[in-house]
Write a protein that binds this ligand. Structure first.
Ligand SMILES: C[S@@+](CC[C@H](N)C(=O)[O-])C[C@H]1O[C@@H](n2cnc3c(N)ncnc32)[C@H](O)[C@@H]1O
Length: 199
């Protein structure tokens, strides 16, 4: 049985799989650099990495920001947060690792320039997380959402089962419902990519 078959229909990420998020092979199908280039960072932004997992992307974002920039890596799972904090400490970097519950991020309305939501959308189905992202972003803010795409590749052996995923159009409709204007970008091998701007 492949990974999709083994995983069952649990939406939330199993911390026992955390090593998969850090695997170098991930770059073959979801490369960090072109993904993060979509954030069009100039260096002084405040960036929230929503559902930051092990901090792979939060640490990479921090590396391209200047002293005036901030990265706030938010996580609801205690085990993932512990791993995130360890990884940030080992990297000796300035990522703020923050525990959140019920999608409440301790940042002011409109105080955030970028929100990154990677491999998260299918985990927040039915929650108010997209509304919280909309609340956080200022008028010139940008949301970057990428996730495994339902129906994209019937041969896919990696990632969550199709049953719990969104199609690109369904995902775009979710962002619109939360008050974003949506622009679809070219996706990656298994992932759609959507940019959301406060509407
Ligand atoms: C599949 S992992 C992706 C991690 C990271 N974004 C990456 O791409 O490497 C999803 C993460 O989001 C976290 N998560 C899920 N729902 C969340 C929520 N509502 N608030 C905060 N974190 C959440 C999970 O605990 C998990 O660590």
């Amino acid at each position: 049985m492949n990974e999709r078959g083994e995983r069952g229909l649990e939406r939330k990420f199993d911390p026992a799989r955390a090593h998969r998020l850090d695997a170098p092979e991930r770059d073959a199908y979801l490369p960090d650099a072109p993904l993060l280039a979509l954030l069009r960072l100039r260096g002084e932004e405040t960036v929230v990495d929503y559902g930051a997992g092990t901090g792979r992307l939060a640490i990479a974002v921090r590396a391209v920001l200047g002293a005036g920039g901030r990265v706030v890596a938010v996580e609801e799972n205690e085990k993932m947060l512990a791993r995130l904090r360890e990884r940030v400490a080992a990297a000796g970097t300035q990522v703020e690792a923050v525990a959140i519950a019920s999608n409440r991020v301790p940042e002011p309305d409109g105080g955030v320039d970028r929100v990154l939501a990677v491999n998260l959308l299918h985990e927040i189905r039915g929650e108010r997380a997209l509304d919280e992202m909309r609340r956080l972003l200022g008028p010139d803010g940008l949301l970057l959402v990428t996730d495994w795409e339902r129906g994209r590749d019937p041969e896919r052996a990696l990632g969550p089962p199709d049953e719990i995923l969104y199609s690109k159009d369904e995902a775009a409709a979710e962002l619109e419902r939360a008050g974003f204007e949506v622009e679809a970008r070219n996706g990656f091998r298994y992932h759609f990519v959507l940019l959301g701007r406060p509407g």
